[in-house]
Write a protein that binds this ligand. Structure first.
Ligand code: F6R
Ligand code: MG
Ligand code: MG
Length: 370
């Protein structure tokens, strides 16, 4: 019996500005998903937020890309948008880019990470949620979890993890994908995913012949790019990820360890700045300072026959105080650059922001030089 976990998210309106999600929005989502659970469509669910993003974490047995599940998520966001409009929340319906549902939320605005797998005797799953950044922000931590022996000692010590993992990497500009094997192709993997605005890790698979089925993912990341769907800047993509842990996979602590380093990601204010990603408890996932700094939250679930049960707020822990202090130091340092690169993103990455509109008027004033 396989279980599917679907994490589908959208910004349906901010409270206030682009900072967080109003409690009534989450209440509305919980009501909708409760009805779906009563009707037997969902096995279980958990509703939360990261910054201004409404996050629906759902378990069910309908597999990936189920139109019933995607329609449920879409209708939940539609209902939440109605409430956002009544409350006059900021940017009500911001990520609802399509007029009506057409089979799958992909390409319609909401972000989606889902995976279908055979539930093990004990199945720990971590849901990561980021706000004010882009899908490539997951490249560094996911690489560290599944390919870096300095992060994951299991790659060295545990025979079940020793063979390494397969990375599915997407070129999100050219819409191509490649499967690469770690550790054998480690340097080539890094050559791609170091360029995080273009190459993003989509999934990680176990190697064939091991303890786990090689066709069932052990990690998945949402890669939806909002500007590609809308044709212009409508907010950063604010990605989410699901990661399975333990017994042949990175241990829970190895899954969390990469976030002890608040690496630089692009996003933050107006989706136009580099800044540190700060691991925080759900209650602290409020994007206040310069609309950030970008945040990441982590909820840990211990699945039981498809049920998610209650989550543990994994970054609600003093063990991440050091990362938060470092993130705030780096935030101060980066902010001192004001509108200068490399705090502000390079021009190529600003193409879909509002900057080209400012540049357009200036371009007319340039004179040719001899
Ligand atoms: C970043 C983000 C915010 C907004 C900023 C300006 O992803 O959502 O930083 O870009 O608050 O928002 P508008 O243009 O709506 O006033
Ligand atoms: Mg917003
Ligand atoms: Mg957001």
């Amino acid at each position: 019996m396989k279980t599917t976990v679907s994490l589908i998210k959208a910004d349906v309106g901010g409270w206030p500005g682009h900072m967080s999600v109003h409690p009534k929005i989450k209440e509305t989502a919980r009501e909708k998903l409760s009805l779906a659970k009563e009707a037997g469509l969902l096995t279980d669910f958990h509703v939360t937020n990261c910054g201004d993003d409404l996050e629906l974490i759902m378990s069910h047995d309908h597999g990936e890309n189920s139109s019933d599940i995607h329609e449920l998520a879409w209708n939940t966001f539609v209902a939440a948008t109605e409430v956002a409009k009544e409350l006059k929340l900021y940017g009500a319906g911001q990520d609802m880019l399509a007029d009506s549902f057409c089979g799958n939320v992909k390409g319609m605005g909401p972000g989606c990470a889902e995976m279908c797998f055979t539930e093990r005797k004990a199945e720990p799953v971590v849901a990561f949620m980021m706000d004010k950044t882009e899908p490539g922000a997951f490249n560094l931590p996911i690489y560290k979890m599944f390919a870096d022996p300095f992060n994951t000692s299991g790659l060295v010590i545990d025979p079940a993890a020793h063979a390494g993992f397969i990375f599915e990497i997407w070129d999100i500009l050219e819409h191509k994908k490649v499967f690469m094997s770690a550790p054998e192709e480690m340097y080539s993997i890094l050559a791609l995913i170091g360029a995080k605005s273009r190459f993003v890790i989509k999934r990680v698979f176990p190697k064939p012949g091991g303890k786990l089925p090689a066709d069932e993912p052990v990690a998945v990341i949402s890669t939806d790019k909002l500007y590609e769907i809308a044709g212009e800047y409508v907010g950063k993509d604010d990605p989410v990820a699901l990661v399975r842990a333990q017994s042949g996979l990175p241990a829970l602590g190895e899954v969390l360890e990469p976030f002890s380093f608040p690496h630089l990601v692009s996003g933050w204010m107006r989706g136009s700045h580099n800044g540190p990603i700060m691991p925080v408890a759900v209650k602290d996932a409020k994007c206040t300072r310069f609309d950030g700094p970008p945040r990441v939250t982590a909820l840990g679930f211990q699945l039981a026959d498809g049920s998610l049960g209650d989550p543990v707020d994994l970054f609600d822990d003093i063990a991440f105080d050091g990362a938060r202090a470092k993130a705030l130091d780096v935030a101060d340092y980066m902010r001192r650059h004001g509108p200068f690169e490399p705090h502000r993103l390079p021009l190529a990455d600003m193409e879909y922001t509002t900057l080209p509109k400012v540049m357009k008027d200036l371009n007319e004033r340039f004179e040719k030089m001899e």
